[in-house]
Design a protein around this ligand. Structure first.
Ligand code: AMP
Ligand code: GLY
Length: 413
């Protein structure tokens, strides 16, 4: 059967999902809502105002599959609305999306099920928070208890810094999670999940900071597979983090179906790397998606459909024996401010081992313009990390726009 697919979202992640699905001969038509200036070249962008309009569009166009990219519509309940309307949709329900939507929920779940995570407190006003911060000690990690596009986490080095950050956080949020600062190496592990069944994807390194000592962003680059994640570590991640979480979600009658992304800190204890849960995301990461999809040999469509049908145990996860690396090109002043309108110049791209995933880009009269923070991801792949890196950075040289920012150390070990 041919499928008409609608992808919700408008970043490089959605472009990457669309590019991969378009390679599949079973996908006959591709729509994006809202999409971006790049997706309009691989499918059709549609502007739909709300969940009801998305459901009506899907029914009218006889869409066979909706894939939801970003967290906001998941946490907002889009999947529930579409399912009620009888539309096939890939992504977790609103109740299961609380794993990303509420950091306090996830910390409580971790504590109740002995999932390793940093000691924490939840505070509802500044004075209480500051007192808790002193108990945890400095540096301390302060997190807004809601969606914040990777920018709601502050590491305060001192009491003074914590006070200023907390005053700002409480201006916009009613709850703040305070966590003990964990020292270690970060790792992102994503899995296709259907209730308690799951297929773990190769572990990724995600570069969250603008520069090694810069502010947090939505992600400035990634590579996979990770050199750190051997079988022992993988077993610990499965046994201590994925299994108890999915069991708890099932027992709460809120089974998780979709892609679950665990953000982990690997802390060295007695010469071993021990995984601690920092956060869950209930979707593909951006830019992790751009480096994971080129590794999949099993068709993405099969993985999505098996997840939705609860048949994950019946398909093998086959991977290409290669490495992939992505470098994000961000706009001027990101993440402090988003700039718009700069023209983007792209040299012809005919590489076999690289591709450009277009993100926050607009297209006007055939010209690409910057339209948001993370403009595109230069992705390279090859037999080694070094090869993948050289293909990705070769692509970086082909893109130019005023104020372009990127990290030069993605994949430098
Ligand atoms: P989160 O959104 O919870 O993943 O936090 C964003 C980033 O903040 C993480 O990727 C880490 O770099 C940092 N972070 C979060 N929690 C901690 C922690 N407990 N200790 C050290 N760093 C943290
Ligand atoms: N790259 C981190 C995220 O997608 O949340």
């Amino acid at each position: 059967m041919k499928r008409k697919v609608l992808i919700i979202g408008g970043g490089a992640r959605e472009y990457a999902l669309g590019r991969k699905l378009k390679e599949d001969p079973r996908v006959s038509e591709l729509f994006f809502c809202p999409g971006n200036g790049g997706t309009q070249s691989i499918g059709e962008n549609v502007l739909l105002q709300d969940f009801a309009q998305i459901a009506a569009f899907a029914q009218e166009k006889m869409i066979n599959l909706i894939v939801v990219g970003p967290e906001e519509p998941l946490v907002g309940g889009l999947v529930d609305v579409l399912q009620k309307a009888g539309v096939a949709v890939f992504g977790p329900s609103q109740k299961a999306s609380v794993l990303e939507g509420s950091k306090s929920f996830t910390k409580a779940l971790a504590t109740a099920h002995k999932i390793p995570t940093a000691p924490y407190f939840i505070a509802t006003h500044c004075k209480e928070a500051l007192a808790r911060a002193k108990i945890l000690g400095f540096p301390v990690v302060l997190k807004a208890d809601g969606l914040a596009q990777g920018k709601g986490v502050i590491v305060a080095q001192s009491e003074e810094e914590a006070q200023i950050a907390l005053e700002n956080l409480f201006k916009a949020h009613s709850k703040v999670v305070l966590e003990k600062f964990l020292e270690g190496l970060e790792l992102s592990v994503l899995a296709f999940v259907s209730g308690q069944d799951f297929l773990l994807l190769p572990a990724c390194h995600d570069y969250k900071k603008l520069h090694p000592n810069g502010p947090n962003t939505g992600g400035m680059g990634a590579f996979a597979p990770s050199h750190l994640c051997d079988d022992t570590l993988k077993e610990k991640i499965v046994a201590r983090i994925f299994k108890p979480t999915l069991k708890a979600m099932q027992e709460n009658n809120t089974p998780f179906v979709g892609v679950l992304y665990a953000g982990l800190m690997l802390v060295e204890e007695n010469g071993q790397l021990e995984p601690y849960l920092l956060e869950f995301n209930v979707r593909f990461g951006d830019p992790e998606c751009s480096v994971l999809l080129p590794l999949l040999k099993t068709p993405l469509l099969d993985l999505i459909e098996a997840t939705m049908q609860g048949n994950l145990d019946q398909i093998p996860l086959e991977l290409h024996p290669q490495h992939a690396l992505g470098v994000v090109l961000a706009c001027k002043d990101y993440p402090r401010q988003i700039s718009h309108g700069q023209s983007i110049y792209i040299d012809p791209i005919d590489e076999k081992n690289a591709c450009l995933d277009l993100g926050k880009i607009a297209q006007e009269n055939g010209v690409f313009l910057v339209a948001g923070g993370r403009v595109c991801v230069c992705v390279g792949w090859g037999k080694s990390l070094t090869e993948a890196k050289s293909h990705a950075y070769h692509l970086v040289k082909k893109v130019q726009f005023e104020g372009m920012q990127f990290r030069e150390d993605i994949g430098v070990l």
